[in-house]
Design a binder for this molecule. Structure first.
Ligand SMILES: [Zn+2]
Length: 172
């Protein structure tokens, strides 16, 4: 069965909202998490934030190739001063890839889908995905990190996505 969630694209105001903290993790949150995971695989992404499907809650799912996990109310406890650049794509910015410089190491805290507090140290791809998805919950997107040249290169695509978001049609 195809997901019932509708992916939002650049230009959609819900991608610029600051998501609310989840007060308690219950059955509704677990249903949403399952749907987000299903949609993430259907859209072939390595992460999907609730904001990307128009739900203004601090929840995202991710899979860096080691199986899916859910993150609720993420917090950064530590970020390394050492930063690395990685080319990042985003389901809400199809056809666009941006070189994003981020801390290579982060210590993070969040609630898992059972409501348990988790603390983890992340490096490599997982650290990047986590920061990318957490950005979504605070209204930030990879395009915000783009250089002037990158922005110019993708100007037409961005304008098209804004138009799609404005009229509300679905791209295949
Ligand atoms: Zn994204």
């Amino acid at each position: 069965m195809a997901t019932a969630l509708k992916l939002r694209f650049y230009g959609d105001p819900c991608l610029r909202k600051i998501a609310f903290k989840v007060a308690s993790v219950g059955p509704a949150e677990r249903i949403l998490i399952r749907e987000l995971m299903r949609a993430m695989y259907e859209f072939e992404g390595s992460g999907l934030a609730a904001s990307q499907v128009g739900i203004n809650e601090q929840i995202f799912v991710a899979d860096a190739g080691e199986g899916p996990f859910a993150v609720i109310n993420p917090e950064f406890i530590k970020k390394s001063s050492d930063e690395t650049v990685m080319e990042e794509g985003c389901l809400s910015l199809p056809g666009i890839r941006i070189n994003v410089k981020r801390p290579s190491f982060v210590r993070i805290r969040y609630l898992d889908e059972d409501g348990h507090k988790v603390e983890r140290d992340l490096t490599g791809l997982l650290a990047k995905i986590f920061q990318h998805e957490a950005d979504h919950l605070f209204g930030r997107m990879v395009i915000d990190y783009a250089s002037k040249d990158e922005r110019e290169k993708f100007q037409e695509k961005l304008a098209r996505l804004e138009e799609i978001s404005r009229v509300g049609i679905k791209v295949a």
